[in-house]
Design a protein around this ligand. Sequence first.
Ligand code: ATP
Ligand code: MG
Length: 576
Amino acid sequence: MNKTEIINKHPEAFNLICYEDQHKNFSWETVKKELGVGGNKVNIAYEAIDKHATTWRKNKVALYWEGSDGTHLKYTFQELKILSDKCANMLQSLGVGKGDRVFLFLPRLPELFINMIAIAKLGAISGPMFSAFGPDAVRDRLQNSEAKVLITTPELKERVDAVLWELPKLERIVLVSVKEDYELEEGNVCYKTLMKDAPERFEMEWMDMEDPLYLLYTSGTTGKPKGITHVHNDMISYYITTKWSLDLRDDDIYWCTADPGWVTGTVYGMWGPWLNGVSMYIYDGRFDVNKWYEAIQSYKITVWYTAPTALRMLMKSGDYLVAQYDLESLRYICSVGEPLNPEVIKWGMNVYNLPIHDTWWQTETGSIMIANYPCIPIKPGSMGKPFPGIKAAIIDSEGNELPDGHHGILALKPGWPSMLRKVWGDEGRFNEYFNITGWYTTGDTAYKDEEGYFWFVGRADDVINTSGHRVGPFEVESALLEHRAVAEAGVIGKPDPERGEIIKAFIALKEGFKPSSELGEEIKKFIKHHLAAHAYPREIEFCENLPKTRSGKIMRRLLKAKDLGLPTGDISTLED
Ligand code: ATP
Ligand code: MG
């Protein structure tokens, strides 16, 4: 779309159309003013919820919730204000105060969101965890954070009962349940009962911008998850990145498919949209192709933020399914978490008649850093351009910026509002991010083209060195996906006496295809022809599924460890 077409289609997006203009006039101070946080004391819960309850948005639906059993609920901003006030009173009566860590081990119930808001109101620190975690993952996080309170369900608690004795700092367990009466053990309390008696008004704790807000562990794709700590000041980044990168507006119905156990679900599945006063839809159920399309159809979702793994699964299930649903309401689709293969964008254009906008960021960066905006043409396979106020660069190990086209370390100039403030209990790990003077280093390898677009190459540790060529797994995986039989691919470097490393591909096939050595040879030839003779996988292994983190990322290090017979390392975030 050219500028005029964009303005005609979205007159309200006038200020968004020119990327260069956005940069020229950009300052974080202006964003702060726009958000209305001029004074010193703040609370993100006020800006995201309570504030709207004092305006015309009071009776606007903040949360449309759908359970896996078909229950539909909705909550207005006013209702969320009252419920979170009550919840804050309830938690306060249990001794929760400023700075305490309160961890959540819950399905995506409305109570998860209500508690997260309440914890912020108390000035405490929330720690959302995936409800699919096993006992070790939960224990590690509660131990590391020295959490005082755990909020969970009776069913999930059973799963972690065996490790509770290893958590001496844990004082209380709050049980959220649909059932009225179940037996309470000592130290456990019932959410429903306490909420019934909790007062309706709560005077929230006014915080310094630098006071901590939540503690989230990274996905564990490359190793042991790190406890990344973010502060109330983050809201400045959340507000403006949601508005500009996800293009959210007041009449949108927005669906972020991520769980709050992953940073995407906390920042863009809760705080970001609510800071913008936008209605959000949550589905508390597992991935299911039909269910997902049904949700878009019946809730008339307009903006959809999801991940490459989900898009690849939708693609795998076939185009004919898409045609059975009315997805006309969709006007903007974004992706995050892994590189977005060009093939997926091509497919999206075909079946949704919409481009898919990639966004790049990390738990550590707290918000979107590089994105494909509504206003810039998409180059399939590129992450897009840096957000206004963000200086991204490709550097060498001395911190020198590399010329366009050169592969190097993707780095950012420190100082944006939502940058991590610490790694909980690990100062050394925190300092590692800033090892190269003047830069925050991301651990990712990338390059920049002459038009300022950034291209992801791979995790620094995943880049393959074969016969003197440096090959990123992403480009090989993307090329593999272009083959008609390939649904998903994970690529690793395998030590080889002659070539240093050879490329090995693990491949999950689309429905209707069966593994065979002929197919393997055909795929190899295809890559040789389409990508490069040096970048084709000399070894192919077919598998049902690739190992993934809870946030849906392919765990290449696990493929490698298994292949080489090495120890698997931390696999607490591994999907079943
Ligand atoms: P860990 O740090 O524990 O190994 P992780 O890095 O996967 O796990 P996250 O913070 O959830 O944890 O993910 C951030 C990483 O995800 C980025 O550093 C990058 O490697 C990858 N990523 C996110 N978005 C994109 C994207 N749009 N394109 C390519 N890679 C992406
Ligand atoms: Mg990481």
